[in-house]
Each structure stands twice: as structure tokens, then as C-alpha cells.
Design a protein around this ligand. Sequence first.
Ligand code: NAD
Length: 453
Amino acid sequence: MTRDDDRFVSSPVTRRAFLGAAGATAVSAAASFSAPVSGGNAKVRYAIVGAGHRGSGMWGAEALKRHADTLDLVALCDLNPERAEAANALMGTKAPVFTDLDRMLSEARPEKVAVCTVDATHASVITRLLDRGVEVVTEKPMVTEVDQLQSILEAEKRSRKKVAMAFNYRYSPKNELIWQLLRNSDLGRVTSVDFSWYLDVTHGADYFRRWHRLKAKSGSLWVHKATHHFDLVNWWLGADPVEVFAASSLRRYGRNGNLRHSHCRECPHRGKCEFFFDLTKNPRLMALYAGPVGSDGYHRDGCVFREDCDIYDTMAAVITYTSGASMSYSLNAFMPFEGFRLAFNCEKGRIEVRDWERQGWEVPYETEILVARSFQKEPERITLQRREGGHSGGDPRLLDAVFGKNPVADQLRVPDSRAGAMSCLTGIAARTSSESGKPVKIAGLLPAAGLGT
Ligand SMILES: NC(=O)c1ccc[n+]([C@@H]2O[C@H](COP(=O)([O-])OP(=O)(O)OC[C@H]3O[C@@H](n4cnc5c(N)ncnc54)[C@H](O)[C@@H]3O)[C@@H](O)[C@H]2O)c1
């Protein structure tokens, strides 16, 4: 059976599943996170820390447009005040700009803050926000090192507040459909998962142009990127990771190049470098990064071949889960196309997913899902077109779950710090394993993370 299924909730099987999940267990994420502290119809005093691409984009312009009736932007905080002013101009706002977080908290008195800073700084920002009684939604990854988890979990206990984790990938309809198919296809238990994620020479290379190329800032792509995928798997399986054994290497970027400069705009090799990136063609990025470069020296079009790059572009791991399932996972960052292959091998069949996010040729749909049953000839075939909104429709649905007033289905409740911790621990364990050559047990990391013995 084949189904072209652009709006999965209207399809017979998935509609039933969707309504079952949404109707039976609908709860209000808004009740736990989004209700205005000031009560009544007052708008929420909202601030953004980290006014770069993500802060000014999804958590800025998009959130303010989508939830104009709820949010009052009272401050922008960034170490680079020129970037924050550029963000104000791009968003059409005039929010007061601060470079000091404590001063921002005292003077602007936000009730809710979105954390969109460099990954390695999330923990210190979140901890200070919690200690000042502010509600926090943070970009992923929650942390880049195990000890940072402990500081957040302790601050949560002190403040009696919970961090909301912005796992936008869960909110993409295709990923929610996979969650539903796993629960409604009667294929028995999942015995293993095959998951390969492909980053292309545009998006993949971009990580090597920016701060992400440094482990001290991003925790490596094991943490910065793969934690998105590890969270999806934890959520899909309803399980926690047990042990991780990984290998990783740097094969294409960093020291592997033979042409090199600080950044593309002034590069003498621009005519012959395949990775030349013309920032001047993107007015938004020029405004955010080229103008304000004076304050922090940050080049958005940095050379992908800089020798200080200490992360990996070629990663593979075997991970076991509390459910008894295992996963073979890979992440490669210089592929000719962007997307993923995913399969759940189950006791009575297999769910197979091929996702095409970007490639040099036409594809008839973004995602194809096969639900194949053992001993049956024909699989069920579901195809989905690309959805409106960032990250295949995940960004707007996450914003609605975080800031909206309507209840969301139980599976779409905004994830908390435990989910943030579990995905980060998997990524940190993979990085540690690949560097030590030994498997890493998640239980062994828990005491240092403040998550018990
Ligand atoms: N969920 C997603 O799909 C997604 C997509 C992109 C980025 N992100 C996340 O969003 C965050 C921001 O990414 P970006 O691409 O906008 O980065 P960016 O470099 O464009 O912006 C980060 C900003 O934070 C500021 N900053 C750094 N440390 C700070 C601190 N201690 N206090 C205040 N400001 C500080 C920097 O000056 C910079 O302006 C990252 O954590 C990233 O992982 C998530």
C-alpha cells in the first residue's frame, strides 16, 4: 500500500494514532512553562541571551511574530553589543541591550529567558537565570561537559524550577509520525536501530567555519549535533542509553586542507577553494557578523581548514539502551547530500525511513517511510513532503509548545533537563569512548553529573 501523505494527521492509520495520543493524554505544556507569571492577560516579560542567528531568528523574529499576543521582548543580552543591536534592527525591535547578564536581570526583570549562546556557556547562563527565579528555555545541547550538568540540576533544586529543553527535532511532523508508528504498528519490540545522518558540504562545512570547530566551545559534533539525534532515539524508544562505544576522526576539514586562510572574504585562494563561502551574498549574516566583528573578532566565514580545529567530521558509535535495543549510529559531515537513513528492526518487521533534506537533484518527496511486516509481501509506504517552517516544521511547533496557550499532546510536552542530560551524556560518552578506545557506561557518568550513583 502506498500513501502520499503530506498531512499525516489526516491519514487513516496515523490520524487514529494521533487522535488517540492527543485525545487521551493531552496535557498543557503551557501550564508548566508558558503561563504569564504576572497573571491575567499581561504579556510575559521575555528576554534572549545570545543574539546571533538562532537568538535573533527563531527565538527572536519568529517567536515574537508567532506569539505577539504573549511575548514582550524586554531585553537582549550578548557579549557583543553590536551584534545585539544588529539583531534589534533585523527583528524590528528596540529592546534594551545588555552585555552583563546580572545587570540585565536586575534592570529588565524578565520572567522568561531563551538561552541561545555558544554551547559551552549554556550551563553558566542557565544556572544564573535559575538562581534569579527566571523561567528558562535553552537551546540544545544543554551542556558540553558532565560537571556542567551537576550545576544545572543543583540550581533547579535550589530554585524549584525546571529547564525547558528546545528539542525542535521532536516537533517535526515526520519525527512525530515515527514516534506514533513505533507505538501503533504492532511490530513487537524494537531490537535494534540503524541510524546514519549525513551533513553535506554546505551545512556540514559550516560547523568547521565557526566556533563549533573547537571542542571547548561545542563539545564536538558528538555533542553539538548528534545530541539532537540521541534525544530523538531516547524519545522514540522511550528508553535511556546504557553504554556507548565509538570511533571518530577528522578526515576532510582542519589540518587536512592544503589551502588555508583566516576567513573567506579576504582569502587569496578564493578562486580555487571548493569551500569558499561568500558571506556578502547573505545580507542577514553580513548584518549579524561582518559588521559587529570588531567587538569579538568572530568570523562567520572562517576557513574550514584552520589547524586549530579539534573536532571530528567522521563518527560512528554502537549504543545500547535500557529497553534491550542497540543502535549503530553514524554522522558524516562532508557528504554530497543532506538527510538521514533510519531503520527500526523489530520482532515482527521493520520501519525504514529515508529522508532527503537537500541534494543536487529533484526528489518527489522529502521523506519516505516503509512499514514492512515479516512474512508479508507488500510494505505500507508513506511519503511526506517538506513542511513549512524551520527544521521541517519543527521550529514553529516547538515555539507553540513553549509559548502557546493551547494544550499539546503528551508526547510533545516540552522536554525537561532529564531529557537534556540523557542526550548530552550519550554524546559526551561517545566523544570520551572514541578518544579512549574503550566503551563508556552511562551509569559511570551519573555521579559526576549529579544524577545519583
Ligand atoms: N535547535 C537547532 O536546530 C539549532 C540551530 C542553530 C543553533 N542552535 C543552538 O543555538 C545556540 C546559538 O547558535 P547560533 O548559531 O545562533 O550561534 P551564534 O554564534 O550565531 O550566536 C551566539 C551568540 O551568543 C553570544 N554569546 C556567547 N557567549 C555568551 C554569553 N556568555 N553571554 C551572552 N552572550 C553570549 C555570542 O556573542 C553570539 O552573538 C547554540 O547553542 C546552538 O547549538 C540550535
